[in-house]
Design a protein around this ligand. Sequence first.
Ligand code: C2E
Ligand code: CA
Ligand code: CA
Length: 329
Amino acid sequence: EHLISRFNQPFSLDGVAHYSTPSIGVTVFGDNDVHSAEELLKRADMAMYQAKSAGRNTQRFFDPQMQAQVNARAHLESDLRHAIHDGELQVYYQPVMNGHGRLLGAEALVRWRHPGRGLVMPIEFIDLAEQTGLIVDLGTFVMRTACEQLAAWAGNPFTECLTIAVNVSPRQFRNAGFVDEVLSIFDETGADPSKLKLELTENLLLGDVNETVCRMRELKERGVGFSLDDFGVGYSSLAYLKRLPLDQLKIDRSFVNDVLSDVNDAVIVRTILALAHNLELEVVAEGVENAGQVDFLVSNGCERFQGYHFGRPVPIGEFERLHGFASCA
Ligand code: C2E
Ligand code: CA
Ligand code: CA
């Protein structure tokens, strides 16, 4: 604590005032379980990373649970590496509907069929995939699967107008080959680019926005649509909202969830709907779970809905059966 408080006081380097917000990792030794200096430093390092992720300018002590977490993560990473190549990933589809209950399309959501752990949800592995770069291969798999599905739906009057939305993480979007890869997936699968929507999140805006806009334009020229996912929870710069060539906003489900019970959430949702309307953007309300929420959203001008009230994410066979066009696939 003393070290941290001293670092927080400004000090002068070459006449320029500096201050520092250190993250300090501490490990205690003296018992028999540490066998080498290297091991000791590794523990201090782990504790330091905990201090960083606790917001910096703080200290953390190593504890064995940290070690267990690091080990579990290492296991998960190596399992995920195999999963991508061994066909353990699967794409589920969740319906997007209009206010009359007509199906407009689906969002593609990845699932991992782990041989030992069963069905693993994205919350358990997307961040890890993003941090390790595995997201690039994972994303390619989801994109290709979605495009194959669009191609399979084309030419059938029941399904040819459906769109599929695919989530694209910042690292995947910024990967140098991203645009070319998407274009070659169109060529390989024969999917109509105008039926594909790419869902981006606001944390993409923390990077080079000009570059982001360029990439979006290249894909837009081919007809690809863009949606800003989880709108309202992140960076939400209205200036960027104007600069990005977007087609759609998705209202984050945390606002929709409490729209009937929390006045603030109701105001936020109304404001987002008005904003999108003025900017001529489509809006999808996410996480719609009951008819009361639908009524509120409809009466405030929302025309697109996604959530358990309309259907959960399911494998493609079930999706087609539920929506009554299994025989057309
Ligand atoms: P998201 O893009 O916001 O996707 C919507 C999430 O909300 C999905 O969770 C969906 O199952 C869930 N959801 C839908 N309707 C409701 C509802 O009525 N109530 C509640 N409580 N939840 C609802 P899921 O499938 O677990 O995915 C979580 C997140 O993982 C996604 O959030 C997305 O950020 C990420 N993700 C999923 N698939 C992919 C992918 O292929 N690539 C990338 N980069 N990220 C993905
Ligand atoms: Ca999404
Ligand atoms: Ca979302």
